[in-house]
Ligand binder design. Structure first.
Ligand SMILES: *Cc1c(COP(=O)(O)O)cnc(C)c1O
Length: 357
């Protein structure tokens, strides 16, 4: 049967929704994290497509700024970053499934070995190439136990980075110190070229946690993991949506699905080209807000899949076709929505034009 191909558009379509991604802020955040890492080298986690911003662009910007160590989760995430930049390293955090061995052995990226089986696979199929190793020090997510790592299993492997991951670095609790002590004990027993423990929040815990290499993600992209970062980390991502319609409603009129909002008196609405399919989740219903100059325009009623209403009584000049910025400063958006800063970033969908400015 003949298959019909959809012809490519002659004129590129207009995107009524965009992310403005601030290169300078991204680089400035990396420099701050780098300074906070002291003598340690500062890398960058670019998994989940650079936390939703775009992994390729993030790698380009940060490598130009001097970053030499990048982290993704899977080989499928590493692939779109190829051909890889000379002089920089890429680590694949989830290591080596059986299906990954051939690909990994031919790749510039290093697996982070997490299990005895992964270690055996790399010994067998890794052609003597370097690897990283994850140690579990109490999070019980990924990694060899200290006993496994120190028991000879890694002998003969070229371990570039021995690492562990902190479970509670955004809190001030004893668990951080316990993980630090456990990591030091393993590090003393396992030869590796470099040691690495701290994510964004871990960097804020101070020099003890930095070792040779730090691995921030969230704070690069504007997240504030701990109070130490307030006023230092700059907002990187801004959401801008176009107004599809402006309308006036009267007292008693309801707005949106399930009529969760009813106007007490006449009011002005702008309907934005943005919805939960864009990661602006229903958690922002009647709680989020847009930001127009110094004014805020609250979200009214339920966020739909593709549309969101805001109240614009104070903004008579706004009209159909104008662009509106949502308040997406991560700490503030997290407070509005009760979602984590991580979720807010990584849910940003594919309908945005990602404009690096
Ligand atoms: C995601 C991840 C990071 C980065 O963590 P942030 O909290 O985003 O700074 C670092 N290390 C590992 C192992 C990770 O999985």
């Amino acid at each position: 049967m003949a298959r019909t191909a959809i012809p490519a558009p002659v004129i590129q379509p207009h995107h009524p929704l965009r992310l403005k991604i601030d290169r300078e802020a991204l680089v400035s955040n990396w420099h701050w994290l780098s300074r906070m890492s002291g003598a340690a080298v500062c890398g960058a986690a670019v998994k989940a497509n650079g936390y939703g911003l775009g992994a390729r662009e993030t790698v380009m910007e940060l490598s130009n700024a001097g970053c030499r160590d990048f982290f993704v989760s899977t080989w499928a995430e590493a692939e779109p970053l190829m051909p890889w930049l000379g002089g920089t390293g890429l680590s694949v955090l989830h290591g080596l499934a059986e299906e990954d061995v051939a690909h990994a052995a031919a790749s510039h990226a290093r697996p982070v070995l997490n299990t005895p089986l992964q270690v055996a696979r790399w010994r067998e199929g890794g052609r003597g190439r370097p690897c990283d190793v994850m140690i579990d020090t109490g999070m019980n997510r990924l990694g060899l136990s200290g006993r496994e790592a120190a028991g000879g299993m890694l002998e003969g492997l070229m371990v570039e980075t021995l690492m562990s991951h902190l479970a509670c670095a955004d809190e001030d609790i004893d668990a951080n110190r316990r993980q630090l002590d456990a990591f030091r004990a393993v590090a003393a027993a396992v030869p590796a070229r470099r040691l690495s423990l701290a994510n964004s929040a871990g960097i804020c815990l101070g020099a003890d946690y930095a070792f040779d290499l730090t691995r921030p993600g969230l704070a690069l992209y504007g997240g504030i993991p701990r109070p130490e970062a307030e006023g230092q980390i700059r907002q990187v991502v801004r959401i801008e949506a176009q107004i599809v319609q402006r309308r006036r409603i009267g007292a008693g009129d309801a707005v949106g699905y399930n009529a969760t909002f009813t106007a007490g008196e006449g009011m002005e609405l702008a309907i934005l080209n943005l919805g939960y399919a864009d990661g602006y989740l229903r958690a922002f219903s009647s709680r989020g807000r847009a930001r127009i100059g110094d004014a805020f325009a609250p979200v009214v009623g339920r966020v739909s899949m593709d549309l969101t209403a805001i109240a614009v009584d104070a903004l008579p000049e706004l009209r159909e076709g104008d662009w509106v910025e949502l308040d997406f400063s991560l700490p503030s958006a997290a407070a509005q929505s009760a979602l984590s800063q991580y979720e807010l970033l990584t849910m940003l969908g594919s309908r945005y034009e990602r404009a690096w400015v």
